[in-house]
Design a protein around this ligand. Structure first.
Ligand SMILES: [Zn+2]
Length: 239
């Protein structure tokens, strides 16, 4: 796995603006993010087994279906894809739509392509950051388009305080965030993070023992932006 593989190379994205925006969903007046899972999408976790692979032993599903269950050689969490069915979980992330958003740099809120800026950059908002986003910083948060950033910050003023924004030029894959399984006992080892996930790079041997739940990219060629200024410009364009 090459660390320099660029996800930004995929310029034709499913859901790209020229192909029409994916259907937007609202719940009690709130725009449901593209990457939010719905109750109708929950699926039983498959049985995890040990299996030899080209690089050595690792985890697999007992009933694994290669093309659907693996990406770049890594086993992925299974999830239903019936967006809009049931009740949305705003605070959670749908593993496969997050992966799709990272692969094609789709907006995490509306699911449309974030390609198309004159400066060929993509806007990222990182929560809980103090100070500028560091060059090469790892993130599981897909980009956001300017109108959605505007909408999110207007409807959730607290986001404005806790978020740092940057325009980013280059976003290579780094690895995944997932659940690492003990190679001896095959029991899941949850991290201390709120979501229990561990960041594992593609060059780490633990990747073979990781059930991926998010793609991780690094943010490069970052320019910190003044959100107030950026959003005022967007508001001017929209009005
Ligand atoms: Zn958007």
């Amino acid at each position: 796995m090459s660390e320099t593989m660029s996800v930004a190379a995929a310029s034709k994205a499913p859901g790209a603006k020229e192909g029409g925006a994916p259907r937007q969903h609202y719940w009690r007046g709130l725009h449901v993010p593209f990457i939010a899972p719905w109750s109708g999408e929950s699926m039983p976790l498959g049985t995890i087994v040990r299996r030899p692979g080209p690089e050595g032993d690792g985890i697999a599903y007992a009933d694994e279906y290669g093309r659907a269950d693996r990406r770049h050689g890594v086993l992925w969490l299974r999830a239903g894809v019936t967006r809009g069915r049931g009740k949305p979980f705003f605070a959670e992330v749908h593993a496969l739509r997050q992966r799709q958003a990272m692969a094609h740099l789709l907006c995490q809120v509306c699911g449309t392509s974030t390609f198309g800026r004159d400066d060929e950059r993509h806007l990222f908002l990182v929560q809980g950051e103090e100070g500028p986003i560091a060059e090469g910083e790892k993130t599981t948060s897909p980009p956001i388009c300017e109108p959605c950033a505007h909408e999110s910050l207007r409807s959730c003023p607290h986001l404005r305080k806790g978020a740092t924004a940057a325009l980013v030029g280059y976003t290579p894959y780094w690895g995944v965030a997932g659940i690492v399984y003990d190679p001896i006992t095959l029991t899941p080892i949850l991290s201390d993070e709120r979501d229990g996930l561990t960041l594992v790079g593609f060059d780490d041997p633990l990747i073979r023992w990781t059930l991926a739940a998010r793609s991780v990219i690094t943010l490069n060629e970052c320019t910190t932006v003044d959100l107030e200024l950026e959003l005022t410009t967007v508001q001017r364009k929209l009005s």
